[in-house]
Ligand binder design. Structure first.
Ligand code: KG4
Ligand code: ZN
Length: 338
């Protein structure tokens, strides 16, 4: 008799994407529905928390319905419900949690809360079916920049993190000043294609010798100051050059620190994750650096780099297998750590 598949329904609403997905056996995404709110937040130049919560509330049920129907499943087929518990915007998280808890209670299904960064790392399990811990993870998103020792599916040691802005946050803020719009990462990457990365030498901040921590607020401020000073002195600023130079300065630091962590841990596998991991320059630079050292490099496909629910489903599956279910008192934690 064919073994029955294990079906996970996953929900993610930590920021500005209302997302639901259905996974088979933790690694195979049968559906992955992402309803982005970017258009609604664009006019404000960033995510407005109350608008995010209201839009999640408006769309959550239809997104879940769509994820189930695209997977050819209904609630009876579901074995587990996984939902993002934090970190994120509390009002946004609560919408996903309330929906997940309602379904878990009514359909009598087990539920597990997922830490969002664990979700980003787990996106790699969907794309790379044989990837298993231990490995080194580089998590670069709008809210986080960390180098993580993934010792087990549920065991992590943070080797370094940003002390101020996350990489994606720096991209978003610089893009706003350059007049490129929101979200900044893809806009800067696109603008940089026509620019010279050596046009302006922005500082690379490495902090103390051998530190795996990051600091991006200094480079962000120098880009903004440079841009404003050039404009004030009446010069025409080449936005493409500034974008390319800024992007290069951030990626130089990220890649150097990731390789330092590789050396320190001795791991032969690196997995990148998070929205900034969609960046073509970063992907190319990491690929070259890993290739030179004979290290295996994993990336999720672009759609699984930015926020989505499939990654939450993969993390939920492994959490449930090792730790069992949570109960219905499950709560949202805006600063939940890995
Ligand atoms: O992982 P994500 O969707 O949400 C968070 O958990 O933060 O990441 C969003 C961040 C934004 O800051 C966005 O500007 C950045 O990822 N991002 C990029 C690119 N695509 C998205 N940054 C650089 N290059 C990109 N191509
Ligand atoms: Zn994220």
């Amino acid at each position: 008799m064919k073994k029955r598949r294990f079906i996970t329904l996953a929900i993610e609403t930590s920021c500005d994407e209302t997302a639901a997905a259905v996974l088979e056996d933790g690694r195979n995404a049968l559906s992955n529905v992402v309803f982005s709110q970017i258009e609604e937040h664009k006019v404000f130049g960033g995510v407005v928390p109350e608008i995010a919560s209201r839009l999640h509330l408006d769309r959550i049920n239809s997104v879940i319905d769509q994820a189930l129907s695209e997977a050819g499943a209904d609630l009876n087929d579901v074995d587990l419900i996984g939902v993002t518990q934090g970190p994120g915007l509390v009002g946004a998280l609560l919408v996903g949690l309330a929906a997940a808890k309602g379904i878990a209670w009514a359909a009598e299904k087990p539920i597990v809360g997922v830490q969002h960064i664990q979700g980003h790392i787990s996106a790699n399990y969907i794309e790379h079916k044989d990837l298993a811990p231990p490995f080194l993870a580089l998590v670069v998103s709008g809210g986080h920049t960390s180098i993580v020792d993934v010792k087990g599916y549920n065991e992590f040691e943070i080797l370094g993190s940003t002390r101020d802005d996350a990489a994606g946050e720096a991209f978003d803020k610089v893009a706003r000043v350059l007049g490129l719009g929101y979200p900044g990462g893809p806009k800067i990457e696109a603008a940089a294609k026509a620019g010279d990365p050596k046009a302006v030498m922005f500082k690379r901040v490495f902090l103390e010798k051998n530190s795996l921590d990051f600091s991006f607020s200094g480079v962000k401020t120098s880009v903004i100051n440079y841009f404003n000073a050039e404009k004030r002195s009446g010069k025409t600023v080449d936005v493409a050059d500034v974008a390319a130079s800024f992007q290069q300065s951030v990626m130089d630091v990220i890649v150097a620190k990731t390789m330092l962590a590789v050396k320190r841990t001795g791991y032969g596998k690196v997995a990148a994750a998070g929205g900034v991991a969609a960046n073509g320059l970063l992907r190319g630079m990491l690929a070259r650096a890993c290739d030179e050292r004979g290290i295996r490099l994993c990336f999720p496909p672009l759609a699984l780099c930015t926020d989505n629910a499939a990654m939450i489903g993969a993390a939920a599956y492994y959490k449930y297998r090792e730790k069992g279910p949570d109960d219905l008192t499950l709560d949202a934690f805006p600063n939940l750590v890995l």
